[in-house]
Design a protein around this ligand. Structure first.
Ligand code: BGC
Length: 231
């Protein structure tokens, strides 16, 4: 049997790990760890090294990271709350840590999106969790990352501040759903995607009655996106 793809989804609240086969099917259980606070690079690296020992054999690694990432290097990591991430070469550090195995690191919504899209037309993936993740695909191809999370949306508040976890707790699901519906409408008018796919932990709180161009990805689907990086 070929060794699997260790896929790691680093979130602001939780970190998920699973080993996938080449088609994206999990060949291990899914581990979930709490994200330490704060979580500077050495803390994350050590946590991942310990967790990987419990998983089946893998020969490559895919990582979704909750910030802007360019060529495997982290540019921002607002939800991990540590300046030490800026310009940190996470891809290089993980490859060294995992004995030279190839590693690919990209934004978490970009990685998860691969598991949620249909592969046809212009698709926008939104992940609803600690932050507001966004990814764009055209006919299955990932487009350059747009970090909508930090764009001011309303009353000088960013998408993260308007719809993230902390706000959901404060305003409750009914008002949050109203905000989400208005935001989806704005996104449609701005980007004209053929489809918007909602994922992330808070997608389960989205109320029925969405417009036909919006759908919700099955819970936990995102981690399967790790296999797509190697096709
Ligand atoms: C980050 C994004 C990330 C999103 C979801 C935001 O705070 O800036 O890069 O995709 O959270 O984790």
């Amino acid at each position: 049997m070929t060794a699997g793809i260790l896929t790691i989804d680093v979130g602001g609240t939780g970190i998920k790990l699973a080993v996938l086969d080449r088609s994206g099917e999990p060949i291990s259980e899914r581990l979930r760890l709490l994200t330490p606070r704060p979580c500077p690079p050495p803390v994350l690296l050590q946590l991942l090294a310990q967790a990987a020992v419990e998983l089946p054999e893998f020969d490559r690694v895919s990582v979704g990271f909750p910030g802007a990432v360019r060529n495997g290097r982290v540019l921002t990591a607002a939800n991990l709350g540590n300046d030490a991430w800026v310009e940190f070469d996470l891809q290089g550090a993980l490859s060294r840590q995992f004995g030279g195995k190839p590693v690919r690191v990209l934004n978490d919504a970009d990685l998860q999106g691969f598991a949620m899209i249909s592969g046809t037309g212009v698709e926008m993936v939104i992940t609803l969790g600690t932050g507001f993740g966004s990814a764009f695909f055209r006919d299955g191809e990932l487009l350059p990352h747009v970090e909508l999370a930090h764009h001011p949306l309303r009353d000088n508040q960013t998408y993260d501040q308007w719809l993230g976890d902390a706000t959901l707790e404060r305003i409750g699901p009914a008002v949050w759903n109203e905000r989400l519906r208005d935001t989806l409408d704005l996104l449609l008018r701005t980007f004209r995607p053929d489809r918007i796919i909602l994922g992330g932990g808070n997608a389960r709180l989205v109320e029925p009655g969405l417009p036909p161009w919006v759908c919700i990805a099955p819970e936990g689907a995102g981690i399967r996106g790790g296999a797509a990086l190697w096709r």
